[in-house]
Design a protein around this ligand. Structure first.
Ligand SMILES: [Zn+2]
Length: 177
């Protein structure tokens, strides 16, 4: 096995939204939440987490089709774009760090939010619904707009997130052979 080379070898620190500063190596790839010494639980997201952590596949597919990404490094809509939207809306509540020059952590981008994983999930879904409403409102077809709006009236974000998380947990347990 090749020795991983760490340029510089210095430890990167992440300053969390709560004010604590912790080394990047605190956060490993399997982590979705972090019980912080500050007493709160923070959501942890990495670029290697697929966007279906938060959204069903069909929605991810729609976003990939409809959202223009400006980044050459990440041309396909994915988790970094979702977190970019969250960061834009809640700049004081999200810490992000680029560790792409490190070979030892297994991810290139890390986000830690002030709120927990469930709250982050709700925020992601709310922001994506807004994004889609905005896109649909530019559609020429009034029927499309009305249809979407009436469907959204019945859409309950909290309920969706609860169900989605239960299903995901169930899948994860079944996959755990
Ligand atoms: Zn904290």
């Amino acid at each position: 096995m090749a020795e991983p080379r760490v340029p510089g070898g210095d430890e990167d620190d992440v300053e969390l939204p709560c004010g604590r500063t912790l080394p990047v190596s605190t956060f490993d790839m399997g982590m979705r939440e972090f019980d912080c010494p500050c007493g709160d639980t923070h959501a942890v997201v990495m670029d290697v987490h697929p966007p279906d952590r938060f959204l069903p596949e069909f929605l991810v597919a729609i976003l990939r089709e409809s959202v223009e990404t400006t980044s050459e490094e990440m041309p396909e809509f994915g988790t970094p774009h979702l977190m970019g939207i969250v960061l834009e809306e809640f700049p004081g509540d999200v810490a992000s760090i680029d560790v792409s020059d490190r070979g030892d952590v297994g991810y290139a981008l890390l986000w830690v939010t002030d709120f927990d994983s469930r709250r982050l999930h709700e925020i992601v879904v709310e922001l994506v619904v807004e994004l889609m409403e905005h896109a649909v409102s530019h559609a020429d077809d009034d029927a499309v707009v009305q249809n979407f709006e009436s469907e959204m009236l019945e859409f309950d974000v909290a309920e969706f997130v609860t169900q989605y998380r239960e299903e995901r947990d169930f899948d994860a347990e079944n996959a755990h052979v």
